[in-house]
Design a protein around this ligand. Structure first.
Ligand SMILES: [Fe+2]
Ligand SMILES: [Fe+2]
Length: 174
């Protein structure tokens, strides 16, 4: 079935939000690098790549469906944070905002009776659970260090071990 105008609009807006997320995390990676948190900077660079994959997943789905893809003007990413904790709190808040946005898309797909789109969005709904857990772990991880440099350095070292699998968002769920 053809997508409704409303759902197509939400998909195109979400593509923009995923690219906004990518730029936000790249900006965070840069801030972390400049502030000598090399491990956390690497972690955020991996997150940047994940966000590109999220955006591309939406683009590929619209293309597969023969739906128009509109590349909207991106927002301006923040580039200054007060502290490591402040940065990770901002990332968590951002992911909560993204989860709400994807939930809105799923609600629209349900309202439209667009079962394929609703199923496609399931991957993103699950992914957001993981994203919020990761973002929350980072906030907890830094909070627990209570400013002790040794603990923070070990947190940073651990963040440096994150690997990027280069996975694509599946177009269909089986
Ligand atoms: Fe995302
Ligand atoms: Fe993820």
């Amino acid at each position: 079935m053809k997508m409704t105008k409303e759902l197509n609009k939400l998909f195109n807006e979400q593509i923009k939000l995923e690219y906004d997320s990518a730029f936000l995390y790249l900006a965070m990676s840069e801030w972390l690098e400049q502030n000598d948190w090399a491990g956390a900077s690497h972690w955020m660079e991996v997150q940047y790549k994940e966000e590109l994959a999220h955006a591309e997943g939406f683009v590929r789905y619209l293309k597969m469906k023969g739906e128009p893809v509109e590349l909207l003007q991106l927002g301006l990413a923040a580039k200054e944070w007060d502290s490591l904790l402040d940065l990770f709190k901002a990332a968590l808040k951002h992911e909560e905002f993204i989860s709400a946005s994807i939930d809105k898309m799923a609600e629209q797909a349900e309202k439209d009776g667009d079962k394929a789109s609703r199923l496609f969005l399931q991957w993103y709904i699950n992914e957001q659970v993981e994203e919020e857990v990761n973002a929350n772990d980072n906030v907890t991880g830094v909070s627990r260090c209570k400013g002790h440099i040794g603990a923070l350095l070990s947190f940073d070292r651990e963040k440096g071990t994150r690997s990027w699998s280069g996975e694509e968002v599946p177009l269909l769920l089986f």
